[in-house]
Design a protein around this ligand. Structure first.
Ligand code: GLU
Length: 480
């Protein structure tokens, strides 16, 4: 079997985008499924737009999502360096090979001259391609231009033909290379263009399959032409449909988070996120959508990936995140919840109670940032009665609360079961003596102790708060 090697090649000009995470995942899944290698390369040739913080964010986000690479900047590998900025000395050599073989030539046109060519094409309603003005310059002409201080770029000479390739996702694709024009591979400042650097790197890193977003489709013919000119084996390409916002426009910050780290800050679990992005273009053969990445990998086939665009449904992500929150190991979930409770003094709460609080509040939430509101009444002596005020103003409230104060001394605050049973007796008493519905009685108790009309299991809430706080709040509630 051929050696399967795939890669993700992000440019560190921003935090890891959720779309890049999906591309990384599909590459990772393909590697896992086929026993191949997953390579990370940082495309930081645009030194002005790249920065180390973004690079770190890319590492952290990929790791948090569980997409560990086999080769890359930090782990190394046979085909490094894995930072493009450390490979600058490699590209001119290959550009020179292309020039020597007649596949590329030096171009001395100034930006102004090129601009004029473009304007002329526009005036004539023609698609612009470079005029090839510099293609046949003599050595003498070139020397003269050089003497004047003009630094040449290097252009790839595009052979006119119909270029056909079989895309793993999109099927057969045809391009008329006449429409491409001779494109620059090395800029006059000696740095490579994206299309050139990416081919040289993928070639030297022995990448066998290039799976990426379809926004790169127009680059693919140029890249294939370079492989062919170098006599290198052309990798297989698979272009994924785009991820669009619910309104079918480009996914952007105005729709919600777009960077993986922003989703995490809002309380999405990375397990849920990665599961969710897997479904953007792929569907499980058994119809079960919620499953971990290793199960997805076992079921993954690149040819099954949908070639159309996918809609990023934030509602569905919320639902899925809620499912993960409900099922997650409680100790792990508690660790993840702690940063979302920074407003409260957690030092006064035992780990046991902290886990218990998360256990009884996780049911309705879809993102961890909802915990700050939902857990508020577990902290401090007093609560805000705004929400529960109507309930506390009911005629029956003083009677219920005074009776609770009478009985509470007999409640065992070390036992959830004891308080659970005693509250059941309490409800039964009011049903029998005053014909009150059990839930009406409990609403009053809840409003007094938590200030809320809904919330977590009452018996467990009371054992977490302890007797003193409960008594204090019941007395306060009688005053309001
Ligand atoms: N650095 C490019 C990007 O982030 C890589 C594109 C490719 O996969 O070839 O879009």
């Amino acid at each position: 079997m051929e050696n399967i090697r795939v890669r993700i090649a992000p440019s560190p000009s921003g935090n890891l985008h959720i779309g890049t995470a999906r591309t990384a995942l599909f590459n990772y899944l393909y590697a896992k499924k086929t026993g191949g290698k997953f390579v990370l390369r940082i495309e930081d040739t645009d030194l002005e737009r790249s920065n180390a913080e973004y690079t770190q964010n890319i590492f952290d986000s990929l790791k948090a999502l569980g997409l560990q690479w086999d080769e890359g900047p930090d782990v190394g590998g046979e085909y490094g360096p894995y930072y493009q900025s450390e490979r600058f000395d490699i590209y001119p050599k290959y550009a020179q090979i292309l020039v020597d073989k007649g596949y590329a030539y030096e171009c001395f046109c100034t930006p102004e001259e090129l601009e004029a060519e473009k304007e002329e094409a526009m005036k004539n309603h023609k698609a612009y391609v470079y005029s090839r003005k510099c293609m046949n310059l003599s050595e003498k002409e070139k020397a003269e231009l050089r003497a004047k201080g003009v630094k040449p770029s290097i252009r790839f000479k595009v052979e006119h033909k119909e270029l056909i390739f079989n895309d793993l996702v999109k099927g057969e694709l045809k391009f008329d290379t006449n429409l491409i024009g001779d494109f620059v591979i090395m800029k006059s400042n000696g740095t490579p263009t994206y299309n050139f650097a990416v081919v040289i790197d993928d070639m030297l890193m022995k990448i066998s399959h290039i799976i990426r977003g379809e926004d790169h489709i127009s680059n693919t013919p140029k890249q294939i032409l370079i492989y062919e000119a170098l006599g290198a084996e052309v990798p297989k390409f698979g272009h994924l449909g785009m991820i669009l916002a619910p309104d079918r426009s480009k996914l952007s910050k105005r729709h919600g988070a777009t960077a993986v780290s922003d989703f995490v800050k809002q309380g999405y679990l990375t397990d849920a996120l990665i599961n969710f992005v897997a479904l953007l273009g792929w569907s499980p053969s058994d119809g079960v959508e919620i499953k971990p990445v290793d199960e997805i990998a076992a079921d993954f086939r690149i040819n099954d990936v949908s070639s159309s665009n996918s809609i990023f449904e934030y509602d569905k992500l919320n639902w899925m995140n809620g499912q993960y929150i409900k099922k997650m190991d409680i100790s792990k979930l508690t660790d993840m919840a702690v940063p979302f409770l920074a407003k409260y003094d957690l030092s006064k709460m035992s780990r046991h109670n902290l886990e218990k609080m998360i256990e009884i509040t996780r049911e309705p939430i879809t993102t961890l940032n909802q915990l700050e509101h939902d857990c508020a009444y577990f902290f401090g002596q007093d609560v805000d009665y705004a929400e529960g005020l109507q309930t506390l103003k009911q005629e029956a409230a003083p009677m219920v609360l005074n009776r609770l104060l009478e009985l509470i001394d007999s409640y065992d605050f070390n036992s959830d079961e004891d308080i659970h049973d005693k509250l059941a007796d309490f409800r039964a008493e009011f049903k029998e003596k005053h014909n009150m519905k059990p839930k009406e009685t409990m609403w009053i108790v809840r409003a007094a102790i938590t200030g809320r009309t809904r919330g977590a299991d009452m018996a467990k809430t009371m054992t977490i708060l302890g007797k003193d706080v409960c008594v204090h709040r019941i007395k306060k509630a009688l005053e309001v």
